[in-house]
Ligand binder design. Structure first.
Ligand code: SF4
Length: 377
């Protein structure tokens, strides 16, 4: 098992997890030239000194550091010579600081980094939304060392197995993300990737404090709790399904999380076991981030139920994941299948009264998720 773990740049985190099979940690400075995969307002401030000394500490434990430059869009800056110069300076600076590799989502950035530093490791990010074998092949041909699959593929075992075989031919790895809670087949993902990229770039949008696409997926979870089971997280107990098909590189997300939270998650995946509410080790932005944002504008009443959900990790039937080896979710409607509804019945408990009605996302609230909109009614 090789864990690739998000860092919050707290050195205590490294001290507490280095004894686990952590081979890489990853992260970035807060607002960057390119933008990246987490909105800057949810991340700690990381200046050059903090970045450098954190990397030194990681290296003292033989943990490599990957820098996330995984914006989903450069908004046409590729046409600017000045941007090329600035990007070169940025990459040079990071390599001098000891960065061991980069996580990027755009072919332009893969070609740029590999041109400047042919031997440096490059992972293609989940933001490249790699969902079939041809895309895996194309990125391997570009020279990436690791392909991080879109979470949507996490239960498509035939695709993962073939991708792992293909990657091996290129001396590369396939990586899967363990603990994100994007909806299965999320229709809001492309918008969210763009908003996040824009909200983490130096020249991006300013003054916002909540990523509005999360309100959409939170609404879907609030309307149907079985959506939690449909999400493509991987339980610590189920990692062996991936190892059996040649994938042993597991990413743990949570760059915006506190140290104790990350330690708990790394421990659970390293020990392949978690007793308690599965949501405690998943990103679960639909619950925590959404209710707290809506509370700030006194509009959380329809969403408070999301904080009362308990997914009993002990209640999953043994081999429950085997079903996905034979069921093609890509080609079958969940309404016909209902497997995830059955698993939800067995595993999900909710404190309090269940919502009777289905609601639509309150899009009129979006302008209030800005600094100047918080107190407007
Ligand atoms: S098709 Fe069935 S198993 Fe697949 S996500 Fe939908 S309900 Fe779950």
């Amino acid at each position: 098992m090789r864990l690739v773990v998000a860092t919050n740049f707290d050195d205590e985190l490294v001290e507490k997890i280095h004894q686990y099979p952590v081979k890489y940690m990853y992260g970035s400075q807060t607002e960057t030239l390119t933008g990246h995969g987490r909105a800057s307002f949810i991340l700690p401030k990381v200046d050059d000194e903090r970045l450098k000394s954190h990397i030194e500490l990681l290296h003292s434990y033989k943990i490599k550091f990957l820098y996330t430059m995984n914006t989903a869009n450069l908004y046409g800056k590729e046409y600017s010579e000045k941007f090329h110069e600035d990007l070169k300076k940025e990459v040079d600076k990071l390599v001098n600081f000891g960065v061991d590799g980069f996580i990027v989502a755009l072919p332009f950035l893969i070609y740029f980094i590999k041109r400047e530093y042919p031997d440096i490791e490059v992972s293609v990010s989940s933001f490249a939304r790699i969902t079939h074998i041809r895309k895996v092949e194309e990125y391997l041909k570009m020279g990436v060392n690791t392909v991080i699959m879109d979470e949507d593929t996490n239960r498509n075992f035939s695709l993962l197995e073939q991708s792992a075989k293909l990657a091996k031919k290129y001396n590369a790895d396939i990586e899967v993300i363990t603990n994100n809670t994007c909806l299965w087949g999320c229709p809001y993902k492309l918008t969210h990737d763009q908003v996040t990229s824009y909200a983490s770039a130096k020249d991006g949008i300013k003054g916002i404090w909540y990523e509005f696409p999360v309100l959409f997926c939170a609404t879907e979870v609030r309307n149907d709790f079985a959506n939690i089971i449909r999400m493509r997280w991987i339980r610590p107990e189920d990692l062996h399904y991936y190892e059996e098909i040649g994938i042993d590189r597991f990413k743990i997300a949570g760059r915006n999380k506190k140290t104790d939270w990350l330690v708990n998650v790394v421990k659970a995946y390293s020990e392949r076991k978690y007793e308690g509410n599965l949501l405690d080790i998943l990103s679960y932005v639909q619950g925590r981030a959404t209710t707290s944002a809506l509370r700030k504008i006194n509009s959380s009443s329809q969403y408070e139920i999301l904080m009362k959900i308990y997914v009993d990790n002990n209640a999953f039937p043994p081999n429950w994941l085997s079903y996905f080896k034979y069921n093609r979710c890509e080609e079958r409607s969940c309404e016909d299948c209902k497997y995830c509804d059955i698993i939800a019945e067995k595993t999900i408990r909710v404190e309090g009264e269940l919502p009777r009605d289905k609601i639509r996302p309150p899009i009129e609230l979006i302008p209030r998720f800005r600094e100047d909109g918080k107190n407007k009614q």
